[in-house]
Design a protein around this ligand. Structure first.
Ligand code: TMP
Length: 212
């Protein structure tokens, strides 16, 4: 396991509908109010690989082993560009900007792990540096799917309660392996109101002033 930790790199993970994007944006707003430089990224990114992934997320067959391996490889390629590229994670976070990221390689372990080999996926992502903070946003998959339905957008291939239940289990197992990695890992129950989750996340960040 790569134990290099990038200070100021903060990752949000969780099943679809768990609120990763909402909480990342809320934290970014909070940091901006405190004049702390911040940037929000997400994976898949806008790279060529990332754009292809967005299409495949609408049309692919998650059960097909070849499709699944292709997805693991494409997500990892997209991530390599994101980590090491110009204005990528490393250059941005080491330049003093808090780099918030909606999803990182635990998403590949948990999602592509459902129809693939988690060990192989983690091996493929082994060289990537770790975030300083990792927030796992946890919610019941049935509640998550209700939230996704309320968005009224076309469903993506992984957005069923049965699939997300498996993803949730794999997330927990994958994160357990990183308990001694030196990252600060927190689980937030996002069945509670978003304000409460936001306050919890802020309370976990050592660099923020503590409010009473
Ligand atoms: P999102 O923009 O709603 O987070 O959607 C991204 C989708 O891609 C979501 O269903 C999770 C999935 N995904 C993977 O399957 N593997 C990955 O490595 C990443 C980053 C995302």
């Amino acid at each position: 396991m790569n134990n290099r930790i990038i200070e100021g790199f903060i990752v949000f993970e969780g099943i679809d509908g768990s609120g990763t994007t909402t909480q990342m944006n809320r934290l970014a707003e909070r940091l901006k109010r405190l004049n702390i430089p911040v940037r929000c990224d997400s994976e898949p990114t806008g790279s060529v690989a990332g754009r292809r992934l967005r299409t495949l997320l609408k049309t692919g067959n998650a059960e097909d082993p070849l499709f699944n391996t292709t997805m693991s490889s494409l997500f990892s390629l997209d991530r390599a560009l994101h980590v090491y590229g110009e204005n990528g994670i490393i250059s941005t976070a080491t330049g003093g900007v808090k780099l918030l990221c909606d999803r990182y390689f635990w998403s590949t372990a948990a999602y592509q792990g459902v129809n693939g080999d988690v060990d192989e996926i983690l091996e493929l992502n082994n060289a990537f540096p770790l975030p300083e903070y990792l927030f796992f946003l946890d919610v019941d998959p049935n509640e998550a799917v209700k939230r996704i339905d309320r968005r009224n957008a076309a469903k993506e291939i992984y957005e069923t309660a049965a699939f997300l239940e498996k993803v949730r289990t794999l997330y927990r197992a994958a994160l357990k392996r990183y308990e001694d990695s030196g990252m600060k890992i927190f689980t937030a129950d996002t069945s509670q109101p978003a304000d409460e989750t936001e306050a919890f996340i802020a309370s976990c960040l050592d660099f923020l002033p503590k409010c009473r």
